[in-house]
Design a protein around this ligand. Structure first.
Ligand code: PNS
Length: 164
């Protein structure tokens, strides 16, 4: 069984992430969404909240699994007996950071391959950071995130738009 690990912060999951996970399931037998437990950043959603939302969104997709991870990504891959990392490349400015990460992961474990997928063109400007900022300032992000995420955003940041 070919497993791809799709790691990230997912704080929160956007429609861009959803699109990428779906693309991954067309190539791999399983896409394991790996949610980073990041002790440095102050996330809006806890890891458990993020995992619960992603699981709910993909509850009918048996190919998609969700787990938390901390420490080095390559160690998580080894523990999961996986050697493929999937990452999204939206725009050229993503490239430098993604390239560095891919090469560092290869240095740490030469068995690990990173595969880049591009999301649907009209989602290429989307990021979790912008979604949170726009929502907090009252902008409507309901078309940019799954409805579960939007409802959770409204609960967390009540200053945002109330539209469903
Ligand atoms: O969604 P993000 O925040 O861009 O995801 C970044 C992530 C989680 C993929 C990256 O920070 C990561 O892999 N962190 C785990 C620690 C690690 O392995 N660092 C070295 C890899 S370069």
């Amino acid at each position: 069984m070919k497993v791809a690990v799709y790691p990230g912060s997912f704080d929160p999951l956007t429609n861009g992430h959803v699109d990428l996970i779906r693309r991954g399931t067309r190539i791999f037998d399983r896409v394991l969404v790996a949610v980073l437990i990041n002790t440095e950043k102050a996330p809006l959603f806890t890891v458990d909240e993020r995992i619960a939302m992603i699981e709910a969104i993909f509850r009918r997709q048996t190919k998609v699994k969700v787990k938390a991870f901390s420490g080095l990504l390559v160690n998580f891959l080894r523990a999961e007996r996986a050697n493929v990392v999937v990452r999204g490349l939206r725009v050229v400015s993503d490239f430098e950071y993604e390239f560095q990460m891919a090469l560092m992961n290869r240095k740490l474990d030469p068995e690990v391959e990173t595969i880049f997928l591009t999301p649907k063109e009209d989602l290429s400007y989307l990021s979790s950071r912008l979604v949170k900022e726009v929502h907090q300032l009252g902008g409507d992000v309901s078309g940019l995130v799954p409805s579960i995420v939007h409802r959770a955003l409204v609960r967390k940041l009540p200053n945002g738009t109330k539209s469903a």
